[in-house]
Design a binder for this molecule. Structure first.
Ligand code: FES
Length: 319
């Protein structure tokens, strides 16, 4: 995967526990184009690779802006960026990639963000504003102190509905009400913690919104329950390379391939980035990633070998 070296030109405090990073090329040459909702991989000096959404205007070519929160359970990526990275440091980044794209044909874009899930919507909102597209945002946060980018969002007045947990006590945001205000042919986009995404999926289904018009961005692994494949061993057949291997309990397809001398592309190794996707020619996968759509899951034509397993006894891979 092509990488580039970027310089941290500025860091900011965007909210309690949220740091902003402004990244540019040292020679000021234009950066690769990105689309609204896209992210980049950061390959950190501590050996971790993490994905972060780009939040600036996609028309900008001179910088990438990130907003990174420090959760209590940080697995090392965000913690490193918060505690060790300062202006002037250099970071290695992958090319921008889009797994959370906006559908320009939608009558209205209905955005629902939870906490740091606001970041992809910052570039989407800027894109909507530049293209005259209709949008609304429901932004759910634990407290005002932890709500990043409120200053930028204040410019949009009534199109932004802020829901603050600590003000609402035991209440919940009225997702059904927010979604039902959207005209027909609207699209819904949600990025936030797993319970919120499940609630949005349920509310959208309850209102009869087509599943193809509801989009999710997951920013941590383990948010989808595995299907019925369990942790049983299964076989993989490599159609083009040739070879037949057993994937044992506790090991992934990717690890099994690596142990047998095959080097495969990967990035997150958590089912979040799609970098390792492999076409499947036969068999039924136990999809455990967070990136395939329901239609793609049902089709069983590709698999994320870093995390997914098999329901059938054998998978034939186009490798
Ligand atoms: S390496 Fe990211 S989905 Fe497999």
């Amino acid at each position: 995967m092509t990488t580039m070296e970027l310089v941290v030109t500025r860091t900011t405090r965007e909210a309690e526990g949220v740091r902003g990073f402004d990244l540019r090329r040292a020679d000021a040459t234009p950066l690769p184009v990105f689309t609204a909702g896209a992210h980049i991989d950061l390959h950190l000096p501590n050996g971790l690779t993490r994905q972060y959404s780009l939040l600036n205007d996609p028309r900008e070519r001179h910088r990438y802006c990130l907003g990174i929160s420090l959760p209590a359970d940080s697995r090392g990526g965000s913690r490193y960026l918060h505690e060790h990275v300062k202006a002037g440091d250099r970071l290695t980044a992958g090319q921008p990639r889009s797994l959370f794209a906006i559908d320009a044909a939608a009558a209205e874009h209905v955005f629902i963000a939870g906490g740091i899930g606001i970041t992809p919507f910052m570039s989407m909102i800027r894109w909507c504003e530049a293209h005259g597209q209709r949008w609304r945002l429901l932004y759910c946060v634990r407290s005002r102190a932890r709500a990043a980018f409120l200053w930028d969002l204040a410019a949009y007045h009534e199109r932004v509905l802020l829901y603050v947990d600590e003000d609402a006590g035991e209440g919940h945001p009225d997702l059904r009400g927010f979604l039902s205000d959207a005209p027909a042919a609207s699209h819904v986009y949600c990025c936030g913690p797993a319970p919120q995404m499940q609630a949005v999926a349920a509310a959208a289904a309850g209102l009869g919104i087509d599943a193809g018009a509801v989009h999710f961005e997951r920013f941590s692994a383990g948010q989808l329950a595995p299907t019925d494949g369990g942790d049983r061993p299964f076989d993989i057949v490599l159609q083009r390379h040739g070879g037949h291997f057993t994937v044992p309990p506790g090991a992934t397809i990717l690890e099994t391939l690596e142990r047998n001398g095959l080097s495969m592309p990967f990035s997150c190794r958590e089912g979040l980035c799609r970098a390792c996707e492999v076409p499947m020619l036969a068999g039924k996968a136990d999809h455990r990633d967070s990136v395939l759509s329901q239609a793609e899951r049902n089709a069983h034509t590709s698999i994320m070998p870093c995390i997914s397993r098999a329901v059938s006894g054998e998978l034939v891979l186009d490798i």
